[in-house]
Design a protein around this ligand. Structure first.
Ligand SMILES: *[C@@H]1O[C@H](CO)[C@@H](O)[C@H](O)[C@H]1NC(C)=O
Ligand SMILES: *[C@@H]1O[C@H](CO)[C@@H](O)[C@H](O)[C@H]1NC(C)=O
Length: 233
């Protein structure tokens, strides 16, 4: 992540949140990337099974408390990001969204595309799978949107559902984390910007960790070993 972010045109501020206490080893590794960053910890006193909402909220606290002006994006270790993504994000004025392929654990499902269908910058529909997630308001991946940080503290810019602070609840049902958060920011699709205009670019992927049995998209798989032998010295 750090190696990629060093290639992104500045200004970029990378907020890294450790699930627990910050460690000197991670701090040193982050300094070596030479990317402008803040490294903080969270949840030392929590008994959480999933630290992610707490990690993202700790970063949101920092953005809000310091009134950091910019575009907020949630990246994580299960993502693969292109440089183009960070380039395209600079177009966002308020709330931008784009489709993200989710490489499934399940070979039957293969690759699922999740996110908006757009026309001339407007969101006109959603890509989703045929499972129980149809009840979601927005079929949006956590890594498929970014927003103007002023929405966190300016009540005129956000959804009426955001009655207090805009944060990730740690009670969202699996698959509903994205929509639960986004519903606090926007009322409906008309307040979203499709990035780029026709949402035709795949700029990042979500690859859930912890499975040796991932479904590879056709065309990415190397069927046989390459016919090269490198002798050990
Ligand atoms: C966390 O869990 C441990 C073991 O179940 C327990 O002893 C401890 O009191 C818990 N801490 C908090 C803050 O709930
Ligand atoms: C974010 O929103 C504020 C308030 O509407 C605006 O002044 C600012 O230009 C926006 N930032 C970007 C990058 O568009």
């Amino acid at each position: 992540m750090g190696q990629m972010l060093r290639l992104v045109r500045s200004p970029v501020l990378w907020l890294v949140v450790e699930a627990g206490k910050p460690t000197p080893e991670a701090a040193a590794a982050l300094r070596r990337t030479s990317v402008t960053h803040r490294y903080i910890g969270c949840g030392e006193k929590l008994n959480a099974t999933d630290y992610r909402p707490h990690q993202m909220n700790a970063a949101l606290d920092l953005v809000e408390n310091h009134r950091l002006d910019g575009i907020v994006y949630f990246a994580q270790e299960e993502g693969v990001y292109s440089l183009q993504l960070f380039h395209q994000m600079r177009q966002i004025r308020r709330f931008g969204t784009w489709p993200v392929p989710v490489i499934s654990h399940n070979t039957k499902d293969g690759v699922l595309l999740q996110g908006p269908l757009c026309k001339e910058g407007q969101v006109v529909g959603w890509h989703t799978s045929e499972d129980g997630t149809k009840l979601r308001r927005f079929h949006i991946a956590m890594s498929g949107f970014a927003f103007n940080s002023t929405m966190l503290w300016d009540p005129r810019l956000r959804s009426h559902l955001a009655w207090n602070s805009i944060r990730h609840p740690d009670t969202a049902k699996e698959g509903f984390e994205g929509t639960t958060f986004v519903e606090q920011l926007v009322e409906d699709e008309s307040q979203m910007e499709g990035i780029p205009d026709d949402c035709s670019l795949i700029m990042n992927w979500h690859v859930p960790s912890g499975s040796g049995n991932l479904a590879y998209p056709k065309g990415w798989r190397v069927v046989t070993n390459l016919d090269v032998i490198i002798p050990l010295k």
